[in-house]
Design a protein around this ligand. Structure first.
Ligand code: PLP
Ligand code: COI
Length: 376
């Protein structure tokens, strides 16, 4: 009898979890995160993989409108075997990261641009837009609910957020679905390329990634499905990534499967390819701003011919997952382009760009107005 007055540690833990669930999910604790303790993860040795976290955000679209949305602990989805996403790849997604800053805050980098881009991607695939304000709110809720999974400062890891929308109702004739799901999950990640900041080797792909007037400029799952054979082939041949050329003339540099290119000329100018069929990378746009306004470098966005790549001093890949990954060597059917920065270290300009951008993201360097959204 006496025992009924006591609760076990386990029960107490469950009660605290329920309280946290309501406080965080109904935004009662706006501006604060409820972390009992960080997850027991070897943060510094994380790769870029999926680790399911506690909660994710889900909203469904039916009868012409999005519902109110809610957080859920269920990481699985049940839908029709004939769903638009399964039959005709009707899905678009985003990728962004939450960081622990030097002073212990949790922040997200430029999520407004991901919200905008998701809307643009959705339009191209006849997917109803998810309101941008609600996108930001969903991201905030997911980060707060999974604050125990945001890697500590200095570990090199971050919390990757994956917002996406997919056609969930059945379609058999080729047409848009009538129902959709918007979902945001989070997963802690380390570097995209094994070896982190070590230069990688890439191959000029035999395959094309995106056609003129196609879907290369949006973040649609279909762009990645068609790159899988090319990346598996490149890996089997010992390369880390593919360089895609423009599909029409195969003379101009486009991008890789998951990142834009940045080049540095011998006189220190930062050059990035301009094309209507590459993804407008938020990292690349941020780096060009950083190069010009923080580092005082000349920047240029223009068509880059493959023939001139051999004349650059440095080359890097930029993206949310890739951050800036230095490229040491590009191989085109046995012909090697080896950048003077070599295979051991990032080139000096790439390094400055990397340090300034990550400094802004981690709160060591003051950010331009509106770049950092503080979660808690
Ligand atoms: N290009 C492609 C094909 C990508 O998948 C990504 C990743 O999002 C990028 C570029 C980089 O874009 P961002 O810097 O917005 O992550
Ligand atoms: C990202 O950088 O967020 C991407 O979506 C790229 C993908 C290859 C992981």
């Amino acid at each position: 009898m006496q025992n009924s007055y006591y609760i076990s540690i386990l029960e107490l833990y469950q009660y605290i979890k329920v309280i946290k669930y309501y406080l965080v999910d109904f935004n009662i604790m706006k501006g604060s995160c409820f972390i009992m303790s960080k997850q027991n993860i070897d943060w510094s040795n994380l790769g870029f993989g999926y680790i399911p976290t506690g909660e994710r955000y889900v909203s469904n679209y039916k009868d012409g409108k999005w519902d109110d949305g809610a957080m859920t602990t269920d990481s699985t989805i049940t839908m029709s075997e004939c769903a638009g996403v399964l039959q005709y790849a009707q899905t678009v997604f985003e990728g962004l990261k939450a960081y622990t800053t030097v002073d212990g805050k949790i922040v997200v980098f430029r999520p407004d641009l991901n919200a905008q881009r998701l809307e643009e991607s959705a339009k191209r695939l006849e997917i109803p837009a998810f309101p941008q304000e609600r996108f930001l709110d969903a991201v905030e809720k997911v980060v707060k609910a999974n604050a125990d999974y945001v890697p500590p400062y200095g570990t090199g890891a971050t919390l990757y957020l994956r917002p996406f929308i997919f056609g969930s109702s059945s379609v058999i004739g080729v047409k848009p679905a009538e129902e959709y799901q918007f979902r945001v999950f989070a997963t802690p990640v380390g570097p995209y390329f094994k070896g982190g900041a070590k230069p990688i080797t890439i191959k000029v792909s035999d395959f094309d990634r995106a056609a003129p007037h196609g879907t290369g400029h949006i973040k649609a799952g279909l762009n990645y499905a068609m790159s899988l054979h090319a990346i598996v082939t490149a890996h089997a041949e010992g390369y880390d990534e593919n360089m895609y050329l423009d599909a029409a003339t195969r003379t101009k540099v486009e991008e890789t499967g998951g990142a834009n290119f940045l080049f540095v000329t011998k006189d220190g100018k930062v050059v990035t390819p301009k094309s209507n069929s590459i993804l407008p990378s938020i990292t690349r746009r941020s780096l060009m701003y950083v190069a010009e306004h923080y580092l005082g470098l000349e920047v240029e966005q223009r068509e880059v011919y493959f023939d001139e790549v051999k004349d650059f001093a440095e080359c890097g890949l930029c993206g949310t997952a890739a951050v800036i990954s230095p490229v040491g060597k590009i191989v085109d059917y046995g012909k090697e382009i080896c950048f003077p920065s070599g295979m051991e270290e990032m080139g000096p300009v790439t390094k400055k760009l990397y340090e300034t951008l990550t400094g802004i993201q981690m709160g060591r360097i003051e950010a331009p107005e509106g770049w950092i959204r503080e979660i808690c």
